[in-house]
Ligand binder design. Structure first.
Ligand code: SF4
Length: 376
């Protein structure tokens, strides 16, 4: 039985790190039950999803992240016409959001990042552009590369605030809070030594929020991090939300151990990564720690698979993410889930979980019945 004073603190949004540590080892049924009650209190029985498309404009990258199964030395780079064609396809089947991310290319600069946004917005002004991770923004600002490619900061870079302002002017609406992985530098130096560090990630996101660019928040869990690292990550996100109120949702991303250096080391040692219970625990803990701060906890059907994502709706999650149309990153790392899930299948999954499906926009500011047209 969980102590009543702990439960009272959780309901008040005053969960402490020690409480989270205790909860992380609680029997699954108790943990999931508490998270489910908090979900019901925060958002009721509605489960949302968004018609969207991911566009990965390149799968080449100079990055060295050890968990990455996405980058290909001889990969592709999409031109503007190809990107516009993908947007057009998405819009024609009702997408309201386009998520654009890609690897880091030496010849990709702020002007190139802006050009993509401007091109899409000028052809499709109504589409919501959810684009560029904090790593990409930092890179566009001149971080992570020197003029000599040494990885030092490029002194000619525009700086993070000016970069974000330029991206916003070019059409950026919101940003994915990816590249967070685990926001603990001891972990980051082992899994992604050349990526922006915790302070830099936080600075990019804080600055984005201050400019009115809201973001999601993520955690990539289930590799070398400890439970304490996960808790530190959740509390960092919680504190930042108290400061900026800029996060729209929190998305736990289960580490996929296939086709990457980090995962192969784990597999060789007999560690097959997260089990289903581990995944559900992470979603439940996120709901509990972030209670009264971030009302939306997303279960990614791409990472979890459709059936476990459905079950996560009983463990604190209230959103199933997007229809996507293509999702190359997880598939590269061994995800079994497909590249597109139609709205009718979301409705099927949600209704069979005894919940109420709703189509949402990126900001969760508008929700409609799936059978209703847009713009209710
Ligand atoms: S995770 Fe992103 S930045 Fe890191 S190597 Fe892969 S594509 Fe590059």
């Amino acid at each position: 039985m969980l102590p009543t004073d702990l439960i009272d603190r959780v309901y008040r949004g005053e969960c402490m790190k020690e409480d989270a540590a205790l909860l992380a080892t609680a029997p699954p049924a108790e943990l999931f039950g508490l998270a489910d009650e908090l979900r019901a209190e925060a958002v009721g029985d509605v489960v949302s999803y968004i018609p969207n498309r991911n566009i990965n404009f390149t799968n080449r990258c100079i990055g060295t992240c050890r968990f990455c199964a996405f980058k290909e030395p001889d990969g592709y780079r999409l031109g503007i016409p190809e990107i516009l064609k993908k947007v057009e396809e998405a819009v024609s089947v009702g997408a309201t959001e386009i998520c654009i991310q890609g690897g880091l290319l030496p010849d990709m600069h702020l002007t190139n990042y802006c050009e993509i946004l401007e091109s899409v917005k000028s052809e499709f002004p109504a589409i919501h552009l959810h684009a560029y991770s904090p790593m990409e923004v930092w890179y566009a600002a001149g971080g992570g590369r020197g003029r000599d490619g040494s990885g030092n900061h490029d002194e000619d870079g525009a700086g993070v605030r000016d970069t974000l302002a330029a991206l916003k002017k070019a059409g950026l609406d919101t940003m994915p809070g990816t590249a967070a992985e685990i926001l603990v530098d001891d972990v980051r130096t082992k899994i992604c030594p050349d990526k922006l560090n915790t302070e830099q990630w936080t600075s990019v996101v804080r600055t984005a929020h201050s400019l009115g660019i809201r973001t999601t928040a993520t955690i990539m869990y289930g590799h070398i991090e400890t439970v304490g690292d996960r808790i530190d990550h959740l509390f960092l996100i919680r504190d930042l939300q108290d400061e900026t109120h800029g996060f729209t949702e929190f998305v736990p991303l289960s580490f996929m151990p296939y086709n990457n250096e980090l995962g192969e080391g784990m597999l060789a040692g007999g560690n097959y990564g997260n089990t289903g219970i581990d995944d559900l625990r992470m979603h439940a803990l996120a709901r509990i720690v972030l209670h009264n701060r971030i009302p939306n906890i997303q279960a990614s059907w791409v990472k979890l698979g459709k059936k476990l994502a459905q079950y996560a709706l009983n463990c604190g999650a209230n959103d199933l993410g997007g229809t996507l149309m293509e999702e190359k990153i997880s598939k590269s790392a061994g995800s079994m889930s497909g590249e597109y899930m139609p709205p009718s299948e979301f409705d099927w999954i949600i209704e069979n979980a005894g919940r109420i499906p709703r189509v949402r926009d990126t900001l969760y500011s508008h929700q409609r019945h799936p059978k209703q047209g847009q713009g209710r």
